[in-house]
Write a protein of this length. Structure first.
Length: 418
C-alpha cells in the first residue's frame, strides 16, 4: 500500500476514532497487549533479521537499542496496559465560563486527529506510539527506520490483531512500507491528511522534519544532556549519579553526554570519576567510558584530549566530555550555549545554587541531585511517551496523552443572539 493510500485511510478512520468511548479504547488496548505477547516468537524472529542486517553497520550500543527480548516485549505490553489504566484525556472540560446572560462557554480537550511518527531504530517506540495515540483518540501512522523495519512490521501486525479482536478498524494503526526518503517526505508534506508530525531519532532526522515539514511538527530533542557538579556537591552522590546517567543505557537521549565540574573540587572529584567510570568498569570486564577532557581536567587525570565538537555531540556511546569551570555562572553559560534543551542536572547541597541553576537554564527537564535518566514518560507517570519535546509551544518534555490532544470551545445557549 502506498503512503498516500495509508494517509487517505487514516483520514477516514479519524471519524470513528474521535467517537471511541474510554471503555472501548481500554478494551482494545488490553487486546493489543495480549496479542503482542502471543506473537513474541514471531517478533523475536523478525528482530533477529534486523540485528543480523545491522551488525557491522552500527555500533554495539545501537545494536542493544535495536534488540528485543521476551522481557522487553513483556515490558512493551505492560506499557500498553499502563496507558489503558490512565484517565481518558478526551472530552475533559479544561475551563468554563458562564456569562451573566446564561451563555455557557466550555473549553474541551479533543484528539489531534491523524498523528504521524517518523522514528529510527528503537522498535519499542512502535507500541508506545500506538498505545498513546489510541487512548487519546488519534489515528497513528508509523514510519520506522530501515534498521528496525522487520521488527516494527511484526509488532504492528500483532497490534492490528488486537484491534480486529476488539471490532475496531485496522486503519487506526498503520506502518508505512516504503522506507525510502520519499515516504518521509510524503508525511512531512501531507497537508490535509496529517494533523501532527512527530520525529523521534537523531539530529539529522529531526532537522529534516522541522525544516521541511508543511504540517504541524513537534521538535523532539537530541539529548546533549549535562551534569554540573557544583563546589558544594556531595562527591559520593555526584559520582553515583554521573555513573548512572552515563552508563545505565548510553544509547538513549536522556543519557549524560557532558560533565561540568567546579574548579574548587576538580582535583578531588575527577580521580573518583575516572576510577568509577573507567578503571573499575575495565576491571570488571565492562566497557570503560572514554573521557574527553578539557585542558584543565587533563592536568588532573588521564584521558582523551577534547576538541570543540565534543561539547556539541550526542555520543550515544560510552563517551563523556568533561570540562572544569570556574563558577556556577560559567556552567550555566556553557549549558545555555551547547544544550539541546533536553535535560540538565546540578549536583549540589547549596539550595541557592540549585535555584539559580533551575531558573537560568531553558531546558525541558531540570534535575537537582538526580540522574537525567529519569526524563521518560513512564518514569514521569505518563505510562509511556511519544518523545521528548524540546520546544516551548504546545508540548514540552516527555509527551504523554495530554500532549496528544488539543482543544475546542463548545458554547451552549438558549436562543442567545448578539
Amino acid at each position: 500500500m502506498t503512503t498516500q493510500q495509508i494517509m487517505q485511510n487514516a483520514k477516514e478512520a479519524k471519524k470513528s476514532a474521535i467517537l471511541l468511548t474510554e471503555e472501548k479504547k481500554n478494551q482494545a488496548l488490553t487486546a493489543m497487549a495480549s496479542a503482542l505477547v502471543l506473537d513474541t516468537e514471531t517478533i523475536l524472529s523478525e528482530n533477529k533479521k534486523d540485528i543480523e542486517n545491522a551488525r557491522g553497520k552500527i555500533s554495539d550500543v545501537m545494536i542493544d537499542r535495536l534488540s528485543l527480548s521476551s522481557d522487553r516485549i513483556k515490558a512493551m505490553a505492560n506499557g500498553i496496559i499502563a496507558v489503558a489504566q490512565l484517565p481518558d484525556p478526551c472530552s475533559v472540560v479544561l475551563s468554563e465560563y458562564i456569562r451573566e446572560d446564561g451563555l455557557e462557554i466550555r473549553k474541551k480537550s479533543v484528539p489531534m486527529g491523524v498523528v504521524a511518527i517518523i522514528y529510527e531504530s528503537r522498535p519499542n517506540v512502535t507500541s508506545d506510539a500506538v498505545a498513546l495515540c489510541l487512548k487519546s483518540g488519534n489515528v497513528c501512522i508509523l514510519r520506522g527506520g530501515k534498521e528496525a523495519y522487520n521488527s516494527s512490521k511484526a509488532i504492528v501486525n500483532a497490534l492490528r490483531k488486537g484491534l480486529r479482536a476488539s471490532g475496531l478498524s485496522e486503519d487506526l494503526v498503520s506502518l508505512v512500507d516504503d522506507i525510502t526518503r520519499q515516504s518521509a517526505t510524503d508525511l512531512m508534506t501531507g497537508v490535509g491528511y496529517i494533523d501532527l508530525l512527530i520525529p523521534r531519532g537523531g539530529a539529522g532526522l529531526i532537522k529534516a522534519c522541522t525544516e521541511n515539514a508543511k504540517v504541524p511538527c513537534i521538535e523532539t530533542g537530541t539529548g546533549i544532556c549535562h551534569i554540573y557538579i557544583d563546589k558544594d556537591a556531595d562527591i559520593e552522590k555526584a559520582v553515583k549519579i554521573l555513573y548512572n546517567a552515563k552508563t545505565s543505557r548510553p544509547s538513549v537521549c536522556n543519557a549524560c553526554e557532558v560533565c561540568l565540574i567546579h574548579k574548587d573540587i576538580a582535583e578531588e572529584v575527577l580521580p573518583r570519576i575516572k576510577k568509577a567510570l573507567v578503571d573499575e568498569r575495565r576491571n570488571r570486564g565492562e566497557i570503560p567510558v572514554e573521557l574527553r577532557l578539557c585542558d584543565k581536567a587533563a592536568k588532573v587525570i588521564d584521558g582523551t584530549k577534547s576538541n570543540d565538537k565534543d561539547f556539541d555531540t550526542e555520543f550515544l556511546d560510552y563517551i563523556l566530555a568533561v570540562k572544569v569551570v570556574d563558577s556556577l555562572d560559567e556552567a550555566i553559560d556553557h549549558i545555555s550555549i551547547h544544550s539541546t534543551r533536553h535535560s540538565e542536572a546540578i549536583i549540589t547541597e547549596n539550595s541557592d545554587a540549585a535555584e539559580l541553576f533551575t531558573r537560568s537554564i531553558d531546558s525541558s527537564s531540570l534535575y537537582i541531585n538526580a540522574s537525567t535518566r529519569f526524563t521518560d514518560g513512564g518514569e514521569f507517570g505518563l505510562g509511556c511517551e511519544m518523545g521528548i519535546s524540546t520546544q516551548r509551544l504546545h508540548a514540552r518534555g516527555p509527551m504523554g496523552l495530554r500532549e496528544l490532544t488539543t482543544y475546542k470551545y463548545v458554547i451552549t445557549g438558549d436562543g442567545h443572539i448578539r
